[in-house]
Design a binder for this molecule. Structure first.
Ligand SMILES: Cc1cc2nc3c(=O)[nH]c(=O)nc-3n(C[C@H](O)[C@H](O)[C@H](O)COP(=O)(O)OP(=O)(O)OC[C@H]3O[C@@H](n4cnc5c(N)ncnc54)[C@H](O)[C@@H]3O)c2cc1C
Length: 337
């Protein structure tokens, strides 16, 4: 190991809601913790935050994440702005190599998320007529004209779901052949969904930047308040693969209880795992992983077999927290209040 390696008990890769929550728990439960993140990600794309209890809707993703970072730093978590490009395990510790440094940890949490595949331009502005998250944004399209762009099963599925919100739903194939099954084709035919073949050639926005209409190559113009792009996801699973974690067919990292991957001491949380891609879900997964890591790393209460073997715990053995973290906790502004 070189001198440039910074050692931690826990390193979280990815500073989105999932990773920062795992780090918040791990830090506050007394573990030397770092988040290594290149920044950006899906949460950073939010123009407004929906579905997160206690957070004002007009909060942007950037504001939300920077409050999280301040919270972490105040408790003593290190945040490194770095891109982890490779990793390895010697069976004892895991080393993560970034562009600016190396980080070594007993436990690693992968919270690397995914990238939405963007359709070709011309496109409305993201969050102002172009959307990627049904559960976040369907509510704003109640009784409005919407499109669903794409040609996959999930395109058809989302178009069907949008009929619960509005009676004006178009699928925009943009010249691609549909990939959906005959059963799905039958479902579309038996619902009031228009399928538009022609590609989009232009976008008309209002003064507030919101989409008003799309222009098509046959010269037609269709009015829309907004819609969803359904071109799939590129999962950031490279580090998980390098560590030998099992990957599901769709590219998500396979996890069990509390975000444990198939490799010891490696957890995965948030959008890089299967499930609903929502902040509250990411927060819950991060919390579960952080708590589980604490139970794995700390000694007390000692289990009965060890107590039989080693005798009762002496008072000079507790607390189980390292000296420097004890000092940090005492320094923290809520201590003793
Ligand atoms: C436009 C948009 C709007 C949305 N609106 C809402 C909403 O209103 N409400 C809601 O609940 N959900 C919303 N979502 C979904 C929500 O953003 C995600 O579910 C959530 O961000 C997932 O958190 P995460 O931490 O797993 O991933 P992310 O937020 O994507 O964070 C992953 C982080 O890991 C970093 N990273 C990846 N690989 C590496 C690496 N090798 N080294 C270092 N860093 C790395 C990324 O750069 C990123 O910072 C929205 C999504 C989008 C795209």
């Amino acid at each position: 190991m070189t001198e440039d390696v910074t050692e931690y008990e826990v390193v979280v890769v990815g500073g989105g809601p999932a990773g920062m929550t795992a780090a918040l728990y791990s830090t506050r439960l007394g573990h030397q913790t770092a988040v290594v993140t290149r920044g950006g990600g899906r949460a950073a794309m939010m123009q407004e935050v929906h579905n997160v209890l206690g957070i004002r809707e007009e909060t942007t993703g950037g504001e939300y994440l920077s409050i999280g970072q301040e919270q972490l730093e105040e408790y003593g978590c290190d945040i490194h702005r770095d891109m982890v490009s490779s990793c390895s395990s010697d069976g004892d510790r895991i080393t993560l190599s970034g562009n600016s440094g190396e980080y070594s940890a007993e436990m690693v949490v992968l919270a690397t998320g995914f990238n939405d595949v963007r359709p070709d331009p011309p496109l409305p502005r993201t969050g102002r007529g172009l959307h990627y998250c049904l559960h976040c944004d369907a509510h704003m399209f109640v009784d409005q004209s919407v499109y669903v762009m794409g040609h996959s099963e999930s395109t058809a599925h989302v178009a069907g779901i949008m009929l619960n919100f509005t009676d004006e739903v178009d699928i925009l194939l943009r010249g691609d052949e549909p990939d959906w099954s005959e059963e799905t084709a039958g479902m579309i035919e038996r619902h009031p969904i228009d399928v538009v073949d022609e590609d989009v050639t232009g976008v008309q926005n209002g003064e507030d930047g919101w989409l008003e209409a799309l222009e098509f190559e046959d010269g037609s113009v269709r009015e829309y308040k907004g819609g969803f792009a359904m071109y799939g996801a590129e999962y950031n699973n490279g580090l998980a693969k390098e560590l030998g974690c099992e990957i599901n067919e769709d590219g998500t990292i396979d996890v069990g209880d509390h975000g444990k991957t198939s490799v010891d001491n490696v957890y995965a949380v948030g959008d890089c795992t299967a499930g609903h891609n929502q902040i509250p879900v990411a927060l819950g997964q991060g919390a579960k992983a952080g708590i589980d890591i604490h139970f794995s790393l700390r000694d007390f209460p000692r289990d009965p077999e060890l107590l039989d073997e080693q005798g009762p715990v002496r008072s000079d053995e507790v607390p189980g927290i390292p000296d420097e973290l004890l000092e940090q906790a005492v320094d923290f502004h809520t201590y003793g209040k």
